[in-house]
Design a protein around this ligand. Structure first.
Ligand SMILES: Nc1ncnc2c1ncn2[C@@H]1O[C@H](COP(=O)(O)OP(=O)(O)OP(=O)(O)O)[C@@H](O)[C@H]1O
Length: 255
């Protein structure tokens, strides 16, 4: 168990190391300070959250829970440089996400973050292998090495024998495992997952979540998962609940 001091509200410092309960140095990978997100809508300002401050240490598996509409997906998008905050700061290691240009944000997403969504967003006409190789090809990696890595990651998600199958011909659980391989083929530090098992039946969800747990620990990932599934949330090392615009830390066992 680790201590997680909330960020002090400073807006200029990259994450500093802290001590966990065993006296080991815990290096924060993500540091969120005083974050606010609002939308200006036809009916006025919609403030999703304000004053959010928290850190996520390297190696943690964090679940973000909360009511529908609380802003969990929006927060995940901000952590992954897919969306910007209205104010406040987000650091991923020494990268200050607020200051990235569009191109820098795209490069950050390609190199540092793996995304898994509720819907897999695979290209159905392409094979599993081609789908997994796509992020590497997008950043200019040679086809031969991209496909070697894609096959390695399909093996990691236990789909080595399905590489030449079209994504559209795979089952929902298999598609989600391919999307997990695609998320990790670039060997990111950070895995962001938004309801990764939300579209799957209970048994298939368990298979996919076990794979997430296995890959998280074997590849020393830092993972942030948005979920409504409290059974999955309590298996994470930390749980934060987004409620009425603020964050509460919950003991996983009490979720
Ligand atoms: N571009 C936008 N403009 C205005 N409002 C938006 C926009 N995007 C999202 N919202 C609103 O922000 C709120 C939070 O959305 P978000 O998807 O982050 O919630 P959530 O907690 O992930 O919900 P769920 O659990 O249902 O997926 C919702 O009320 C949504 O309608």
């Amino acid at each position: 168990m680790e201590f997680h001091a909330a960020a002090s509200g400073t807006t200029s410092a990259a994450p500093a190391a802290t001590l966990n309960r065993s006296g080991e140095v815990a290096h924060p990978l993500l540091k969120v300070s005083n974050l606010r997100k609002e939308y200006v809508t036809g009916r006025g300002r919609l403030v999703l959250f304000d004053g959010l401050s928290f850190t996520v240490s390297e190696g943690e598996m964090l679940a973000i829970v909360g009511e529908s509409g609380a802003g969990k997906s929006t927060l995940l998008h901000i952590l992954g440089a897919l969306d910007g905050a209205t104010s406040g700061d987000v650091y991923c290691a020494t990268t200050h996400l607020n200051t990235l240009t569009t191109n820098q944000a795209a490069s950050f997403r390609n190199r540092e973050v793996g995304y898994v969504w509720q819907f897999h967003y695979l290209l159905p006409e392409f094979t599993a292998e081609e789908n997994v190789a796509m992020p590497l090809l997008a950043r200019g990696e040679a086809r031969s090495t991209a496909f070697v890595k894609a096959r390695k990651w399909l093996t990691e998600v236990e789909l080595a024998d399905r590489g030449d199958h079209r994504a559209g011909e795979l089952s929902g659980g298999e598609q989600q495992r391919v999307s997990l391989a695609r998320a990790l083929v670039t060997e990111p530090k950070l895995l962001l997952a938004d309801e990764p098992t939300g579209d799957l039946d209970g048994r298939t969800a368990e298979v996919v979540f076990k794979l997430v747990e296995k890959l998280h620990s074997e590849h020393r990932l830092t993972s942030v998962l948005v979920t409504h599934n409290l059974n999955l949330a309590r298996r994470c090392s930390r749980v934060l609940r987004l409620t009425k615009g603020h964050m509460e830390e919950l003991a996983p066992a009490s979720v």
